[in-house]
Design a protein around this ligand. Structure first.
Ligand code: GRG
Length: 303
């Protein structure tokens, strides 16, 4: 498999699907819709929708049922980035190589655009019910899977998921959190949506519960490794490579895995967690060559 070529084709497909769920910029609220589309189309790796599509395929999912969830996940992820960049939080001027939404549209509109994306995410995911009801066979069974996927999406985003992690991250600014707190922040702030992505594709395709549980644990390890790598890149990368400011953690007086353990130990931890995730992935009864390689490459990602 030519990974780069496959990645580019898959990302193109994801982008087309996401675009199809974005609003037309018309009506009295068109400035808000412009801000929503600006933040969604500013780029981004699209890792989470790619993960949903891969686990859907891995468990034999057919048709387009995963697509509303792929778009929804990217909307919710983008909502978190728009809000994370606000002056009250990280106060960043660049994201995905472009000016942040509040710099382009002003702070009030960026807050609303973030809220709009969170809501549009659920609205979009719920459109999967319409798809299922149009299917002659298996409608009720598919509706159960969609309901379960929506519960995962909401729970992993909310107070016991990403939002819970982010609230502790904000509260710990200027302090050195203990290990349990730092673990909690990384598992929830970053891991939760990655866990949800791997789980949702599998649930929609009808994977057994024990595999969904394993995918949750894989997502957790990948998510924590992803965040530590993010901290490493904040130290060693450049604005042009990352498309966002470097040194942001120091500027915001944030203790990270890197500030607490140093670059070398952080690299080792990323590798340890990633290897554990790959071992668990290999223990699933299913294979997906592209997803395996994607998870492996996140260890040494450059942006
Ligand atoms: C849930 C209501 C509600 C609010 C959200 C602001 C916030 C609360 C959460 C922020 C969570 C956050 C920004 C975590 C960082 C995760 C992270 C490393 C994001 C970058 O992900 P990439 O590299 O980004 O996949 P791209 O731009 O490629 O999509």
């Amino acid at each position: 498999m030519d990974f780069e070529k496959e990645m580019s084709l898959r990302r193109q497909h994801v982008n087309e699907r996401i675009r199809s769920y974005l609003p037309e910029e018309e009506g009295f609220q068109k400035t808000l819709l412009g801000a929503v589309n600006y933040s969604m189309l500013a780029g981004g790796k699209r890792l989470r929708p790619l993960m949903i599509e891969c686990t859907y395929q891995m468990y034999g999912g057919q048709g387009r049922l995963a697509e509303p969830f792929m778009a929804a996940m990217e909307m919710i992820h983008t909502h978190s980035l728009v809000h994370d960049d606000l002056p009250a939080l990280d106060n960043d001027e660049y994201r995905r190589g472009m000016k942040t939404t509040h710099i382009m549209y002003g702070e009030s509109m960026a807050i609303l655009a973030g809220d709009a994306l969170l809501n549009l995410g659920y609205e979009t995911a719920a459109s999967a019910f319409t798809m299922a009801s149009e299917q002659e066979k298996g409608g009720p069974e598919l509706c159960m899977r969609i309901a379960k996927a929506m519960q995962i999406l909401a729970a992993k985003t909310g107070i016991n998921g990403m939002l819970g992690g982010q609230s502790c991250d904000v509260e710990c600014e200027g302090m050195v959190p203990d290990k349990d707190m730092l673990d909690y922040i990384y598992i929830h702030k970053t891991g939760a949506l990655i866990e949800a992505s791997l789980m949702i594709g599998a649930v929609l395709a009808g994977a057994p519960d024990e595999d969904v549980k394993k995918l949750e644990m894989i997502g957790r390890d990948v998510g924590v490794a992803f965040q530590i790598r993010d901290d490493v890149l904040d130290r060693i990368s450049t604005v042009s490579e990352l498309g966002k400011p470097v040194g942001s953690d120091e500027k915001n007086h944030k203790s990270t895995y890197v500030s607490m353990h140093g670059l070398e130990e952080s690299g080792q931890e990323v590798e340890r967690l990633s290897c554990r995730a790959l071992d668990a992935f290999d223990s699933l009864g299913r294979r997906h060559e592209f997803l395996r390689e994607l998870l492996q490459r996140l260890i040494s990602r450059k942006y």
